[in-house]
Ligand binder design. Structure first.
Ligand SMILES: CC(C)(COP(=O)(O)OP(=O)(O)OC[C@H]1O[C@@H](n2cnc3c(N)ncnc32)[C@H](O)[C@@H]1OP(=O)(O)O)[C@@H](O)C(=O)NCCC(=O)NCCS
Length: 333
């Protein structure tokens, strides 16, 4: 996606609607700290707030899957766009917590929505997943391969966590967000930039799998927090500038910055480096914690529904996470 192919100016994809869904159960920092304390692990609301800005997270129960969260978010996005599921010809789901090894979560969503015949596949780029999926669907639309697409980020990260590791288990939550993309004569998605550095796999990974019916490796999330922090701020600044350059717009023209919601300190440092004032940054990490691929569409939907993001405004969405992956999409709403 970082090729230098010229952008077509005659075909655009536009976000026609958004939706999101969070599991009902809200767990506050105090509640989580008490739960961990009962197992001899010390943490506190103050520590979590000071280091991350997270106050609470939504956690799915053990039976709830990514596809179930995805379907609820998708139904809301379809209703918002005024689109029937039968009109969809493409479904892309970004998730690192799929229901199954296969089929894809997107196929399960397609069946539950009744969007028979629509192409359906998953994208795996961890916390950059939604931005990767949105850029993919945009490319399909610009190439004439889709005329109605559903793009979803859905995760149940709670089941990848080591609940004995206080350095990671306090950071994540579950949820899903979705958008409907439609072709438009007016500019919608203006530019997208995607990147990865696979040599940095080890700083954030769940390096296990199932083979011959057994767990091989370590399938729980492991992270070198400080390495991820430094890398995230650096690449989020770079990719924002790159995406604006590709679109031919100045950073000062961006109405809303929606960075991946991992840590309020990463978000604030990125905004500061880009010279974007705090009142133009969407933050949901305080309420949702880090929901990986769901974080950006959850934040987008929250800010559209509360009236902050209005039609015609320019929105910069950014992902960063395991892989190491990062990317951004600049969209006119
Ligand atoms: C994880 C993160 C919050 C940790 O903050 P930090 O300031 O780097 O803290 P450190 O890891 O250096 O740990 C400092 C101390 O706090 C302790 N600590 C870690 N988690 C704790 C918790 N939940 N409660 C209390 N203490 C905790 C550590 O054990 C360490 O104690 P020590 O000094 O006695 O060894 C921070 O590194 C971070 O946000 N990184 C990016 C994570 C991220 O966004 N990941 C997802 C990207 S997609």
């Amino acid at each position: 996606m970082s090729s230098t192919a010229p952008i077509r100016k005659d075909v655009w994809s536009r976000i026609a609607g958004s939706g999101s869904f969070l599991p009902e159960r809200v767990v506050s920092n105090d509640e989580l700290a008490a739960e961990l304390a009962s197992r001899g692990i010390e943490t506190s609301h103050q520590w979590i707030m000071d280091r991350t800005g997270i106050a609470q997270r939504h956690l799915a129960d053990r039976d709830t899957t990514s596809s179930q969260l995805a379907v609820e978010a998708a139904r809301r996005a379809l209703a918002d766009a005024g689109v029937e599921a039968s009109e969809l010809d493409l479904i892309v789901v970004a998730t690192s917590t799929p229901d199954f090894v296969f089929p894809s979560t997107a196929c399960l969503v397609q069946a539950q929505l009744g969007a028979r015949g629509a192409a359906a596949f998953d994208v795996q780029a961890v916390c950059s997943g939604f931005v990767y999926a949105l850029a993919t669907a945009d490319s399909f639309m610009r190439a004439g391969r889709s005329s109605c697409a559903l793009v979803i980020g859905a995760e149940v990260f709670s089941r990848l966590l080591d609940w004995n590791d206080r350095g990671t288990c306090v950071l994540f939550g579950d949820g899903a967000g979705a958008v409907v993309l439609k072709p438009s004569a007016e500019p919608g998605i203006l530019a997208a930039k995607l990147h990865a550095d696979g040599s940095q796999t080890g700083i954030l990974c769940a390096a296990g799998n199932i083979a011959y019916g057994e767990i091989v490796g370590d399938p729980l999330l492991r992270m070198e927090g400080q390495a991820v922090f430094k890398q995230a701020v650096h690449v989020l600044e770079d990719v924002a500038r790159e995406t604006c350059d590709e679109a031919g717009v100045a950073l000062s023209e961006v109405d809303w910055l929606i960075p991946h919601q991992a840590n309020v300190r990463i978000i604030n440092a990125t905004a500061r480096k880009l010279g974007i004032p705090a009142e133009r940054v969407v933050i949901t990490v305080d309420r949702h914690a880090n929901t990986s691929a769901a974080s950006v569409p959850l934040a987008l939907d929250a800010a559209r529904r509360d009236g902050r993001i209005r039609p015609g405004q320019l929105v910069m969405m950014q992902g960063v996470g395991g892989g190491f992956t990062w990317g951004a999409v600049l969209a006119r709403m």
